[in-house]
Write a protein that binds this ligand. Structure first.
Ligand SMILES: NC(=O)c1ccno1
Length: 245
């Protein structure tokens, strides 16, 4: 997967060199490049923002640097998808992360201030798919943190990035039988810690009973914390019995 990130704070993306993603980059599984938008701002102060038409607080990111940056990074006819983090975007979900993990090339545009001049998105849409995406119903100072979240959620799904390929399949919201359930509790050694034992079923070696217990815990957690998700799952009789307890 090819990733390009355009930002006025390139140092924000130092985390791309650590942990699983850093290893994926070293292996060449992820070809990530961070670009400083000011490289396409040609005045003496390398200005990237200006006052909003129509008045109002704050500043808006100028279209010219963005247009030149995207022209330079994404040649005409290439296969890139532009992703723009914004609180006014479509929700970023595990499903969308899975769709992005199948994309050959993602370009992330990190807005700052009050946002990017709308014509930048319009112009980009004339030559590539563009998604405006929100990681949640809150406002950040810029898109950089949202891009770090999305890049981690997407790249962990790429083959070979997670040490245990099955791990992603058991995630909360992972496609399949656990699709819209919150993951239940997990345990490791010691078997008893501060007088708190590990649930015995997890040490029984009975894989069917363990799978049932894990699903029951996920159902109970989801019903307690995110009851609106329950209806998104295909429930069997055992599930319904658990939820009726
Ligand atoms: N909620 C968001 O995704 C966001 C992006 C930039 N500011 O907020």
């Amino acid at each position: 997967m090819k990733l390009d990130i355009v930002t006025i704070f390139p140092d924000y993306f130092a985390p791309l060199d650590v942990s699983l993603l850093g290893k994926a980059r070293q292996r060449g599984d992820v070809d990530a490049h961070v670009h400083d938008l000011r490289g396409w701002a040609h005045d003496r102060h390398r200005t990237v923002d200006d006052t909003p038409y129509g008045g109002g607080p704050g500043m808006v990111m100028k279209p010219e640097p963005w247009g030149e940056a995207l022209d330079a990074i994404v040649p005409p006819g290439s296969s890139a998808r532009l992703v723009v983090p914004t609180p006014s975007g479509r929700p970023f979900t595990q499903e969308l992360a899975g769709a992005y993990a199948a994309e050959p090339w993602l370009v992330f545009a990190c807005g700052r201030y009050e946002g990017i001049d709308a014509r930048v998105i319009e112009d980009a849409r004339s030559r590539m798919p563009v998604d405006e995406v929100s990681i949640g119903d809150y406002v950040l100072a810029g898109g950089e943190s949202a891009v770090l979240v999305m890049v981690e959620a997407v790249t962990r799904l790429l083959p070979g990035v997670l040490g245990n390929a099955g791990s992603a399949a058991d995630d909360s919201f992972a496609p399949g039988r656990m699709e819209a359930l919150l993951e239940g509790p997990v345990y490791t050694k010691p078997p008893d810690w501060r007088g708190r034992p590990v649930p015995p079923v997890l040490m029984s070696g009975n894989h069917g009973a363990i799978a049932r217990w894990r699903r029951d815990e996920a159902l109970r957690r989801t019903a307690a914390i995110r009851p609106e998700l329950i209806a998104r799952n295909a429930l069997d009789d055992a599930d319904r019995r658990t939820l009726s307890e």
